[in-house]
Design a protein around this ligand. Sequence first.
Ligand SMILES: [Zn+2]
Length: 274
Amino acid sequence: MSFDDRRRNVRSLLFFLVALLATVVITFGANFAGAADRGELALGPRYTPTAADRALPPAPDQRPGPRVALTFDDGPSRQLTPYILDVLAAKRVRATFFLQGNHSADNPELVRRVQAEGHVVANHGWQHAWFPDLTPEEAEVEIQRTNQLLTDQTGVRPTLFRYPFGQPSPDGDAALARLRISGGVHWKWTSNEPGDFQCPGADAVARYVVTEAADQAMILLHDAGDVVTCAPDQLEYLPRAIDELRARGFTFGVVAPSPVRSAVNQGSPAAVVP
Ligand SMILES: [Zn+2]
């Protein structure tokens, strides 16, 4: 065997070893990502579909009638988002998630799950800033950086923005106009019931959701932030409220940009659509 042959053999062997290593890394990576997408990173409770859930038609309910949108802010979180997604899937309900950039960067597998399960991914800023205190540059970065990350993670560019604390600013509005994003999307809040972020328990949150429900109502809920410290069984409001609203003839939609401002939702430039 010549020196050149031997060198070729060594090169082939090296090539084979590198290819083998790459296969092992890719296979392991894919399995790991699969585990993550199945929610095995969940740190909180999970929801098991009931017999009634399993009997529901597979497609979301498109009947005419009053339509509400469930909106979840501040997520995703490993404590609460997996359970909420479990319930929505079991109940065949699509919802709208106003995600924080920093929480999305920490939980890309949950962002992809929100998207993959048919929900609307929307922008809630990077780190829940108080917009009136931001410089024009900071306001734009809060919105733009979050939109870019969510676009990279899901392949879909978000077109809706909700201000943290529902607190708008002229600089934020200017940035939204430049970026062609619809905001700020508010919500209906006309009852005196406490919100989920005040940790009033499952009965009270279910009562709040049912009380606020009206045609075109965007219901404010959370899947991270302050609600992470509430008792975990507070989450049981969600399957109960969905069942109760269905029994009252409501259907569930998602939030979409609209040139007409919604009087039901504090003048939001958005509508609830099937
Ligand atoms: Zn928020």
